[in-house]
Design a protein around this ligand. Structure first.
Ligand code: BGC
Length: 727
């Protein structure tokens, strides 16, 4: 801890009463009575309700640590004004005058009326563009801060290893390294705007049996340390994340929200975390209500606080009267409360919230969904689009005079979960709107939805086929809806819902070139129909500029350059599936799973409108003393006729080790933009730790021996290989 801040916090703490301390460890849950009615009310009613609740009603004389989701319904200016009302009340009517922190969600844009909506997190990961992610995160942080929101319950650092999990769209995909790089970029960007980040859900929240989120897990410590911890460890150590959310699930019998090993020994002891841990909403009380590991709410409070969980969300329950009773009975030491309060105050000070607690409503209005943020949303969407198939270079569409725009997602606003889907959506560009704007008057557009997302009604399919017959090509926008997947909506099938596959097949049977654009939460099983199509573009939920970005790619304004951050399985039965598995006793590999063949598309895969050639792999040394970095260089050439970007991926395999090691692991990647015919030498610096592993006793070390370095365009498309001996 910064010594100056630490001494200021100690001074503050000395003067605080128990009530004032407890006030810092919980929140006012704005929607407590209102949440369930939320979707049933109009925007005007919601706004009126929020405006009717005064700061005096929310904030007791002892102060208040946090407010859960107060401001999301309000337009930017009104949000900033309301937030200021809270802070002014605190200054005028509380003794401790500690600023309150209002939090909200921001996994792909602030949840806030009129805020910028970026592609889903999984879509952003498909850009493999960490710098752009950091710029997007700055924009998200700026929109939050200017509205008076000083904490975001984001990013989501669980892995997308099983796409049956409804929340896969919130992840950065299956790979610990990719998720770490995106997590670090997100936290740096948001905290760079003086908004506290709360990476979540620590830990193993989406990775349970059958892709069911929050299910009890019993993973080995090795698996946790090798696969699930790294993104969390990276945001703590590299980005200085100032908060973290404990997960709903239990871990090997102990709920994460009462798990001292996790929240104290590992997080603080090993990684040096200096922030505060919040519960997931209601996860403290869940120990009593659901997990049955606490006999009373008071015991749940004690377990969580002693484990190292400082803040109960979404509101004071266990950390209120039940905790006071525990204190009175001597079942929890007052020092535990002091320490928890100290951590909260430290973060509020460190983020500058004491000095800078008043938002500027003019700035809030100016920044919200401004032209700069919209441009970022479009650029991120462009880079997130993954071209999976492009037979006979049907894309980009050139020289066509008519186009049939088909499918349930053609004119739909699907921006995914954890966005502002309850609000006015005027600023979302649908695919149809994007295509129309790009096509102008030179291409005749005919629209025929064909079917709904999941309604099973085949009645519109003949009209869609007729539209295709009258056109030079058909673009079929299929996919999913936030109504079907997202939090608490895990699934058992990855097929396109409803009769969408039939729609694709029927349109393809017209003989016209069919381009399928998949707008969806994560991935689908597409083997049934993909061979019948001319092209497939995987668009995730592409955010508010998605329609324009898709049109940019369809018409060749930009070459697609997204790469899969997650495997597309051939059948749902292959799940969970991820490329970095360890050797199998049957010799099965990722490319040949022994179940229905291999996967459909591998991690890292994506086509463009040009081709790249990889040559001249060189290492700065062939023998690498343990503890030294390795420099790896190669040359990438754009061998096609169009400009484009390649995502160059470096995988490492430990060829002999004292414990089994993954077949390969992503260790580095970079994007390189090249004009036709242009070549560039790219260099990776592989840090010494990239060669380290956990031995049989879980001690991290570098074992001497040979490592294979693989550079390629996906985990299965390795173009260059070399071996280095670690000595
Ligand atoms: C989710 C969290 C989220 C919280 C508040 C919970 O159900 O698991 O990710 O931050 O709700 O929205």
């Amino acid at each position: 801890m910064d010594p100056k801040i630490a001494s200021e916090v100690d001074d503050l703490l000395r003067g605080m009463t128990l009530d004032e301390k407890l006030a810092q460890l919980g929140a006012y849950f704005f929607f407590d009575t209102y949440w369930n009615k939320h979707s049933a009310t109009t925007a005007a009613e919601r706004i009126a309700y929020i405006q009717s609740v005064t700061a005096a009603e929310m904030i007791p004389a002892a102060g208040l640590g946090f407010v859960s989701t107060q401001l999301r319904d309000l337009p930017a200016r009104a949000a900033a004004e309301k937030a200021n009302e809270n802070q002014r009340h605190i200054l005028a009517h509380t003794r401790s005058r500690i600023p309150v922190v209002v939090h909200d969600e921001g996994v792909h844009g602030l949840i806030g009326n009129g805020a910028t909506c970026f592609p889903s997190a999984l879509g952003m990961a498909a850009s493999w563009d960490v710098e752009l992610m950091e710029s997007v995160a700055h924009a998200i942080g700026r929109e939050a801060r200017t509205r008076g929101i000083r904490q975001l319950l984001s990013p989501t650092l669980n892995l997308g290893r099983d796409p049956r999990c409804g929340r896969t769209e919130e992840t950065y995909g299956e790979d610990p390294h990719l998720a770490s790089r995106f997590g670090v970029a997100f936290v740096r960007g948001v905290q760079g705007e003086r908004v506290i980040c709360t990476p979540k859900h620590f830990v193993a929240n989406f990775e349970g049996d059958g892709g069911r989120d929050s299910t009890a897990t019993q993973f080995s410590e090795r698996f946790l340390r090798e696969v699930l911890f790294p993104p969390f460890e990276a945001v703590v150590k590299e980005a200085g994340a100032l908060s973290l959310m404990a997960a709903y699930n239990a871990l090997d019998g102990t709920p994460c929200s009462g798990n001292r090993w996790l929240l104290t020994d590992v997080l603080r002891g090993e990684w040096g975390f200096e922030g505060y841990v919040v519960s997931d909403y209601h996860s403290v009380i869940h120990q009593w209500e659901l997990h049955k590991t606490a006999a009373t709410m008071g015991e749940a409070a004690t377990k969580s606080l002693e484990a190292g969980l400082e803040v109960e969300l979404p509101r004071h329950r266990c950390y209120d009267e039940p905790l006071r009773a525990e204190l009175a009975a001597g079942r929890i030491a007052p020092e535990v409360i002091d320490e928890a309060t100290r951590r909260v105050l430290h973060v509020k000070k460190k983020m500058g919230i004491f000095e800078d607690r008043v938002a500027d409503p003019d700035e809030a209005e100016r920044v919200s969904n401004c032209a700069e943020h919209r441009a970022l949303a479009r650029e991120m969407a462009r880079r997130s689009l993954v071209l999976l198939r492009n037979e006979r270079d049907v894309l980009p569409l050139e020289g066509i005079r008519s186009l049939a725009i088909i499918g349930p997602n053609a004119d739909a606003i699907e921006v995914g979960d954890y966005s502002w889907d309850l609000y006015d959506k005027d600023h979302v560009v649908t695919p149809l709107a994007g295509v129309r704007a790009a096509a102008g008057t030179s291409i005749r557009i005919e629209v025929a939805p064909g079917c709904g997302i999941a309604d099973g009604d085949r009645g519109g399919i003949p009209a869609a086929c007729d539209a295709a017959r009258r056109s030079d090509a058909a673009v079929v926008f299929v996919g999913n809806s936030v109504k079907l997947t997202g939090e608490a909506r895990d699934c058992t099938s990855l097929d396109l819902p409803g009769v969408q596959a039939e729609l694709i097949e029927a349109v393809a049977a017209t003989g016209k070139p069919v381009i399928v654009v998949v707008i969806t939460s994560s991935v689908h099983t597409i083997g049934r129909w993909i061979d019948k199509t001319a092209a497939v573009l995987h668009a995730w939920y592409p955010g508010e500029e998605g329609g324009n970005a898709i049109a940019d790619v369809l018409f060749g304004k930009v070459s697609p350059s997204g790469r899969l951050p997650i495997t597309i399985p051939r059948t749902v039965g292959q799940c969970p599936v991820y490329y970095y598995h360890k050797p199998s006793g049957r010799g099965n590999t990722y490319g040949n799973l022994g179940q229905d063949g291999g996967i459909q598309f591998p991690f890292g895969f994506g086509l463009g409108y040009t081709t790249f050639v990889y040559t001249d792999l060189v290492f700065d040394r062939d023998r690498l003393p343990a503890g030294c970095d390795l420099r790896v260089r190669c040359t990438i050439t754009n061998a096609g006729k169009r400009a484009g970007s390649e995502v160059v991926q470096l995988y490492l395999a430990d060829l002999l080790a004292s414990v089994t090691r993954p077949l390969k692991e992503l260790k580095a990647f970079l994007r390189v933009a090249l004009e036709p015919g242009e070549s560039r030498v790219v260099e990776f610096v592989l840090p010494a730790e990239a060669f380290s592993m956990l031995d049989a006793r879980l001690v991290r070390r570098i074992e001497p021996g040979a490592f294979e370095v693989m550079v390629g365009a996906s985990c299965e498309d390795i173009r260059l290989r070399g071996t280095v001996d670690v000595t």
